[in-house]
Design a protein around this ligand. Sequence first.
Ligand code: NDP
Ligand code: GDR
Length: 350
Amino acid sequence: MPDYPPRNGRKALITGITGQDGSYLAELLLNKGYEVWGMVRRSSSFNTCRIDHIYQDPHEPDVRLQLVFGDLNDASSINHILKTVRPDEIYNLAAQSHVKVSFEIPEYTGDVTGLGAVRLLDAMRELGLEARFYQASSSELYGKALETPQTETTPFYPRSPYGVAKAYAFHITRNYRESYGFFAVNGILFNHESPRRGETFVTRKISRAVANIVAGRQQGMYLGNLDARRDWGFAGDYVDAMWRMLQTDEPDDYVIATGETHSVREFCELAFQVADMPLTWEGSGLDEVGITSDGTVRVRIDPRYFRPAEVDLLLGDASKARRELGWEPKVHFEELVRMMVEADLKLLGH
Ligand code: NDP
Ligand code: GDR
């Protein structure tokens, strides 16, 4: 078992503990002496690979990490978990979090990503549970950004069923704060990535493709909109901001971002540079993918990855978080790209 500091007497519940952020947040809280409870979904195959390294057999003495079955679609499981665990802090990270997929399953996305938040909040109200509540809000709320950079006061204009569901979750969190005096906060986090990022988000899709091409397992790559710009940070830095938001005197909402924006094209070009592989966008037709005779990798655009409505430009201003939470990002764009490509190369033995 990892050597954790003495217990700090506090219990945290994380929904979405098996996801990218859940795994980093669980590590952070365990290293601060919390007892961590994670809600996991039943799956026909193991879905805990991101937390296997911190998993503890429940028979071990002084167990710090406990997993319980539940689902954000299922209010009875949520009520049961809150009643039995009675956490001091709740981090609601669970969601159907893929923007493109939300266009295929809009109702389900609304149910999990939107209504999931109110199921938790209302269970707290029913039980009279005075836990502090963190809602994983998103820069997707800004969508067709009405001002740049985006701050806590920029109006929302979501552009996907996912963004709309997150808007509901944002407002219901604020509403429970104002209606019932809950310590409930929204972290409006801009994109954050890591070697644990889901494989179908664009950054990880690229870093994996680079590694696969180096290893001779993949020929070329297909992408969608190369001109979309995102403010990409490192997930490990961002979970620290989540924790800080629950330690303040007064609950409030905060933007978390690096303040730098880059296009998908730039991310891709840098990722191939890290592996020292030349890349070309030249040529046309989906069949013209693969590696040219001089070893240059061709990347092609496949319209199937376009979204019915796109978010073109995100750039966050995290001044309030810097000022009031003492938070700032440590990892910047180039280091992030390098970290992800090197991690995927290492996974394949390179
Ligand atoms: P992931 O997609 O990696 O993780 C999502 C988690 O939610 C997984 O643990 C998943 O479980 C769980 N989950 C999905 N549906 C349900 C459900 N019905 N009931 C219970 N659990 C469920 O997301 P991230 O870690 O990247 O993001 C964490 C949160 O932050 C999400 O809410 C996301 O929308 C939000 N966010 C993320 C940003 C980012 O850039 N990463 C930026 C801003 C907000 P399983 O493993 O079983 O699928
Ligand atoms: P995003 O992340 O939609 O910003 O949501 P994603 O990595 O999926 O897309 C970023 C941008 O890249 C463009 N793109 C592609 N995207 C994917 N997935 N696959 C491709 O092949 C591809 N080619 C180009 C997209 O069009 C888009 O513009 C993420 C999620 O983590 C959300 O849960 C979170 O709320 C937001 O970040 C902030």
